[in-house]
Design a protein around this ligand. Structure first.
Ligand code: PGA
Length: 220
């Protein structure tokens, strides 16, 4: 599974590039979830799987500027990214809030991709840190994306052994699907993909050439 997080980037040309690429073989056969900014969601045809980058914790209400899970569902989204580190950092999202959002998403048949991470890199410390973050969503059917905070947007990646150990450990807590995110590129994607269930890609997902190379390397 490859999840493309556009963040607040992209335009209609990128939408068209994605549509062209993901409609063609062999890319049309790979499991890709495109998470563009909200205004572009409606431009994707039904055969392309989309996700929101966030949703509100309530079904509807007087919350100017917010988007509900119900609206995402109406736009055909199957997934929603929740608790991305940028939302935790810039919008003050807490584990409790992310958990509430995950519940509302699931009630609207949207699968949450809950992002968790740590500032630390020692495995024991990381486990302690993310155990707290995961405990609230423990019994829920969510996808977990492990993103070390120091690896996002930095071109620094943990060792493959670290990614393997942490994702395997998250699975022992009962989560079936665990993705890795943070500076995934076509140079490292194949190795990382072997030790987890998928990739959450930021910058490289804004470059169709890089994305197609990633998709080529994880297929072979
Ligand atoms: P990056 O972003 O691939 O640019 O490091 C990943 C993310 O923020 O999910």
């Amino acid at each position: 599974m490859i999840v493309c997080n556009w963040k607040m980037f992209g335009n209609r040309f990128l939408v068209q590039g994605y549509v062209d690429m993901l409609t063609k073989l062999p890319y049309s056969q790979q499991e890709v979830v495109v998470c563009p900014p909200f205004p572009f969601l409606n431009l994707f045809p039904k055969h392309i799987v989309t996700g929101g980058q966030n949703c509100h914790q309530q079904d509807e209400g007087a919350f100017t500027g917010e988007v509900s899970a119900k609206m995402l569902q109406e736009m055909g989204c199957q997934y929603v990214l929740l608790g991305h580190s940028e939302r935790r950092q810039y919008c003050g999202e807490t584990h409790e809030l992310v958990t509430q959002k995950a519940k509302v998403a699931m009630a609207n048949h949207i699968k949450p991709i809950v992002c968790i991470g740590s500032k630390l890199d020692n495995e024991i410390d990381v486990q302690q840190d993310i155990h707290q973050q995961l405990s609230l969503v423990q019994s829920m059917d969510v996808i977990v994306a492990y993103e070390p905070l120091w690896a996002i947007g930095t071109d620094k990646v943990p060792s493959i052994q670290h990614i393997q150990n942490i994702t395997a450990w998250i699975k022992t807590l009962g989560f079936n699907t665990v993705l890795y995110g943070g500076s995934v590129s076509y140079q490292n994607a194949a190795e990382i993909y072997k030790v987890c269930d998928g990739l959450l890609i930021g910058r490289a997902a804004l470059d169709l050439d890089a994305l197609s190379r990633i998709m080529d390397t994880v297929r072979t």
